[in-house]
Design a protein around this ligand. Structure first.
Ligand SMILES: Nc1nc2c(ncn2[C@@H]2O[C@H](COP(=O)(O)OP(=O)(O)OP(=O)(O)O)[C@@H](O)[C@H]2O)c(=O)[nH]1
Length: 572
């Protein structure tokens, strides 16, 4: 049973039904559902509680989900010992308690973009890394044997493997097969290699985890139960307050406990930790303001400056504040209700693009060629995002391919190949230097058609001399797509670095003009207290956020959910 991450549901049929969304050019009708629909299920053992339900009902939902997850993860008897099964012992009152404010484990360092003085794209565009001087050598770093298993080690121990910016540092890997020489060079992910020593640092791990690793090494890309077991073992999901919080977040979205995947729980926990810096700077003060009593004019003004500090932006802040003021004129808002109302306002703002023609669901359509152009300035996290989306696509059972069309820098091609290896997705690249990106896209579309690819991810150049060049290049790529794949569903996603806060918005505006954008990927939310910029982006660009990144490892990016984002931002 495959969990389709784009649709947030298990795909039991092996082939997902046709999706309702359309390309950015043909926007969907307004009568589409505002929330992704849960999968059809034959039996439902616990209803999703409404938000006014009691702690007992949440607890029951969580217990059922926990039991279901254990059943889902149950390995074959000869595969691996079952994970520990702690007895649910939480008191019903804990169900509504937010998780304890733990230290965020995310990367703390804020990326300092080097200055590139382009007057149009702004001064925060990072400079190129040095070009590779040698002619093309397909060096790739050692592929990860099992990403889900090594992920936590990756996040804790900075190693060359976590840093893909300089491919020259990457250890040499066996040369990979290029099968279609007439359609550019194809880099096929190599077979899995044993886990590196650093990934096995916890020497006192129980023997069953070691056995699991060995199993995973034999099976380079565990999907289905084996992958789930790996995740369950590594993440050691416990029935604790964090689980209760995750369960409540899922239940409040109308999810049924039997339709939840363990990876959703691990993701929600990552999201909550990743947004730690923004939440800490926002929530404590917010609580102090609303804790003084019913919301009044003075408190609303204090909230206004809080939002501005979190980089929510003037326009979005004004919208939120005027709604709050209207509300307090109409009724008395006690503290808890004030936070609940604020959450609702923020969510509505993030969902506004859905009222303007964008589909709330964002999934590649099965058995169709979907082409996603990934744009953004260097350093925003473009390459990483391509690798992470490729990984999600593979896990969700889509045929995926990457086109290395950022030919402006040779290093960019090398980097995307490294991420192709990591995610197990083939990369189409042109080995020549300074090749035409449109030619790479042409080759990649040919290859995609020949292979029945469902999702083609196109890396594009982020740094061109000026807006005109950027526009010309992206238009040329679009023309090739329109000609070569007229039936493809095309999306154009802008990758934005959240640590740049409001400064990133200027870049975004330039790209919005150049690239017919249909959505935003917001990265590095873990490294900043400026997570509020998500609201500014939506308000100012009118674009939906489609993915968010909260860390450097391959599992640290997922499709965006406004509900989950706001809950993770304002719970604690
Ligand atoms: N903390 C954190 N770091 C991230 C995230 N996404 C990307 N990064 C890091 O940001 C840096 C730049 O990412 P890249 O994917 O190389 O960025 P790019 O836009 O392709 O830029 P170039 O490599 O210069 O073309 C890398 O060190 C990534 O690991 C994230 O969500 N959180």
């Amino acid at each position: 049973m495959v969990f389709n991450w784009f649709r947030r549901q298990f795909d039991t049929s092996g082939s997902t039904s046709k999706s309702p969304e359309k390309s950015a050019d043909t926007k969907p009708s307004e009568d589409q559902q505002a929330e992704p629909q849960p999968a059809e299920s034959e039996q439902s053992t616990a209803k999703a509680p409404t938000q006014t339900n009691s702690a007992d009902e949440y607890l029951q939902w969580a217990k059922t989900a926990y039991q279901n997850l254990q059943t889902q993860q149950k390995p074959e008897p000869d595969e691996v010992e079952p994970p520990p099964t702690p007895e649910p012992e939480l008191e019903p009152t804990t169900a509504l308690n937010p998780p304890p404010e733990a230290e965020a484990t995310g990367v703390e360092a804020v990326t300092e973009a080097e200055t590139w003085a382009d007057p149009e794209i702004g001064s925060l565009v990072s400079q190129d890394s040095p070009e590779l001087t040698s002619s093309y050598v397909p060096e790739v770093s050692e592929p990860m044997a099992d990403v889900s298993e090594t992920e936590s080690s990756l996040r804790q121990i900075p190693t060359p493997e976590t840093e893909v910016r300089d491919p020259e540092d990457a250890p040499e890997a066996p040369e990979t097969a290029g099968e279609a020489s007439d359609v550019g060079e194809v880099t096929t992910p190599a077979a899995a290699a044993p886990l590196p020593i650093w990934a096995q640092s916890q020497a006192d791990r129980q023997a069953r985890i070691e056995r699991l690793k060995e199993t995973a090494q034999e099976e380079p890309e565990p999907v289905g139960p084996a992958a789930a077991v790996a995740i369950a073992q590594e993440s050691a999901i416990a029935f604790d307050e964090m689980f209760m919080w995750s369960a409540e977040v899922l239940a409040n979205q109308g999810r049924r406990p039997e339709d939840v995947a363990i990876e959703e729980i691990t993701w929600l926990q990552k999201l909550w930790r990743g947004l730690g810096r923004t939440r800490r700077s926002l929530l404590n003060q917010l609580k102090a303001i609303v804790g003084q009593g019913p919301l009044n004019q003075e408190a609303v003004e204090e909230i206004e400056s809080l939002l501005l500090q979190a980089d929510v932006g003037i326009e979005a802040t004004e919208t939120i504040i005027s709604a709050l003021q209207e509300k307090i004129r109409a009724e008395v808002l006690p503290p808890e209700q004030a936070i609940a109302y604020l959450k609702q306002l923020l969510r509505e703002l993030l969902e506004r693009p859905y009222e303007n023609g964008y589909s709330p669901a964002f999934a590649p359509e099965k058995e169709t060629l979907n082409i996603w152009l990934i744009t953004g300035v260097n350093g925003a996290g473009k390459t990483t995002t391509i690798g992470k989306i490729g990984h999600i696509a593979r896990k969700s059972d889509y045929n995926c391919l990457i086109a290395a069309a950022d030919t402006f820098r040779a290093a960019a091609v090398e980097q995307v190949k490294v991420w192709g290896q990591r995610s197990g997705v083939d990369v189409i690249a042109n080995p020549g230097k300074n090749t035409d990106p449109a030619a790479v896209v042409f080759d990649a579309i040919e290859a995609a058609k020949a292979r029945n690819t469902e999702l083609l991810l196109v890396d594009t150049a982020g740094r061109l001399q000026n807006k005109k060049n950027l526009m010309e290049e992206l238009s040329k790529v679009r023309r090739v797509i329109d000609k070569k794949a007229p039936d493809a569903i095309v999306e154009s996603l802008l990758v934005l670095d959240a640590t740049l806060g409001q400064n990133g918005l200027r870049q975004a505006e330039v790209f919005a003009e150049a690239a017919q954008l249909s959505g935003v990927v917001l990265t590095k939310l873990d490294g900043t207290a400026k997570g509020g910029v998500a609201l500014a982006i939506v308000q100012q660009l009118g674009l939906p956020i489609r993915f968010i990144g909260v860390g450097e490892s391959i599992e640290d990016l997922r499709p965006f959910s406004s509900y989950e984002f706001i809950e993770a931002l304002l719970s604690g």
